[in-house]
Write a protein that binds this ligand. Structure first.
Ligand SMILES: [Zn+2]
Length: 72
């Protein structure tokens, strides 16, 4: 879930479901910094990995729709 590029680290979005998925957080010098960055940006920790805010919105919308379909 951490990707490394040019000696910099970024947290990768676990699901990449949204069309406008951020894919990765900001690239930082340290893995810890990269993780702190996504925490600050309110990415959601799923237990296995991080889900970016765009994908989280996408998932929430789908859940809302599913609930809606069941009710009517
Ligand atoms: Zn994403």
């Amino acid at each position: 879930m951490i990707v490394k590029k040019n000696d910099k680290y970024a947290v990768e979005c676990q699901v990449k479901m949204a069309a406008d998925c951020l894919q990765t957080g900001e690239y930082c010098d340290e893995e810890e910094e990269a993780q702190e960055w996504v925490e600050r940006e309110c990415w959601i920790f799923s237990g296995e990995g991080w889900i970016c805010t765009q994908c989280n919105e996408h998932i929430m919308e789908n859940l809302g729709k599913m609930r809606h379909d069941r009710e009517y």
